[in-house]
Design a protein around this ligand. Structure first.
Ligand code: PLP
Length: 369
């Protein structure tokens, strides 16, 4: 039995990576914003159509330090249907997350419900482009202007996504991306912050390097969150193949779709019009309200066939043990329901289409058992 995991990181050809890193043995320049780092930063600025890009050791530190650099205070409106990182980054900055519910048709923040959560303490909105679906950026922008709030998008899932001809990083005051091994584009581990205000860039540059301004001046309580040269080299290689990566994912996505679109037990959300999608994930949502037994059964049974899916995102971040008793998940009923019923199927560039057919067959079989 050959096992299939939910994801499998794409890698460049060995020779291509060796060639990219070979000059490092001449320079001995391993980290601290070296040549590879600067080349990748520049290439990503073009690819993402972002005004400014700052690279990080991972996406989480990009978000955590971006929040610090932007000087947010008090309360931040966000969603609980996300990866641990989004909520933790807010809390680790000493801020209070205020959880808004999500839409059924794209899993992103329900903009109809934002205004009722705004108080005099609210300083920002941190929405998530879940699975590469684009948040209602126009509605969010309108609310942010009306109440003078900052907007940071968690775009960890949205690398390569365009909306109405614009890069996804062009929306809001800033966005973060993750280049973790499991994402559409990887630098092994890595991440980036994209931002409009160049002053944020100076602060970020210091915050990711201990707050050091010059040899003898340290004027920020910084962290160490720099991207090293070997990570950047991986990124330079992978970026050369990003179009092929996304088009291979697209084939897998459509193969799942043709297999599963007529099953009445599951809901599959397609990207909206005007979106150039990145086919990062293939989530299915079992539409039995408030009952996770079917989802859990499919998850367990698929494992016996060597198919490892993921309950992603489950549980909601607002129900994590570390936040016990602080938040009420019943106030975000849509997020709670999706979280209890979602299953993310294996999707990566080199997944065989026959395997997609096989996974879909198993699911259909399990559902009639
Ligand atoms: C992956 C991810 C992150 C964190 O990125 P890392 O690079 O793993 O630190 C943040 N938010 C979301 C939604 C993610 O999926």
């Amino acid at each position: 039995m050959h096992e299939i995991y939910v994801t499998r990181p794409s890698m460049p050809a060995q020779e291509e990576y060796y060639k990219e890193i070979s000059d490092i043995w001449g320079t001995h320049y391993l980290t601290n914003m070296g040549n590879k780092h600067n080349i990748l930063e520049e290439k990503l600025r073009d690819y993402l159509k972002a005004e400014n890009v700052s690279l990080f050791c991972n996406g989480h530190m990009a978000l955590e330090l971006l929040i610090q650099a932007m000087g947010l205070s008090g309360e931040v409106i966000t969603t609980p249907f996300t990866f641990a990182s989004t909520t933790h980054a807010i809390v680790r900055n000493g801020l209070e997350p205020v959880f808004c519910d999500v839409n059924a048709d794209d899993y992103t923040i329900d903009t109809e419900k934002i205004e009722q959560l705004i108080t005099e303490k609210t300083s920002a909105i941190i929405p998530v482009h879940v699975y590469g679906h684009v948040c209602d950026v126009e509605a969010i922008d309108k609310i942010a202007r009306k109440y003078n709030l900052k907007v940071i998008y968690d775009a960890a899932h949205a690398f390569g996504v365009n909306y109405r001809g614009k890069g996804i990083a062009e929306f809001g005051d800033a966005s973060i991306f993750s280049f973790h091994a499991t994402k559409v584009f990887n630098t092994i581990e890595g991440g980036a912050a994209c931002y409009k205000d160049s002053e944020i860039g100076e602060r970020l540059y210091q915050l990711k390097n201990f707050g050091i301004q010059s040899e003898t001046v340290v004027n920020g309580v910084g962290a160490n969150a720099k991207m090293n040269e070997f990570q950047a080299a991986m990124g330079i290689c992978n970026l050369r193949h990003i179009d092929e990566e996304i088009s291979k994912r697209e084939k897998v996505f459509h193969r799942y779709l043709s297999n599963l679109c007529d099953i009445k037990e599951v809901k599959i959300n397609l990207p909206k019009n005007d979106i150039k999608f990145n086919f990062a994930y293939f989530p299915i949502v079992f539409n039995k309200e408030d009952d996770k037994t079917i989802r859990d059964k499919v998850y367990d049974r698929l494992r016996t066939y060597g198919i490892y899916t993921r309950k992603y995102f489950y549980p909601l971040t607002s129900t994590f043990e570390c936040y016990h008793g602080k938040y009420d998940a019943s106030k975000t009923p849509m997020a709670l329901n999706i979280s209890n019923n979602v299953l993310t199927l294996p999707l990566f560039a080199d997944l065989e289409l026959e395997d997609v057919d096989r996974i879909a067959q198993y699911i259909k079989q399990i559902l009639v058992e």
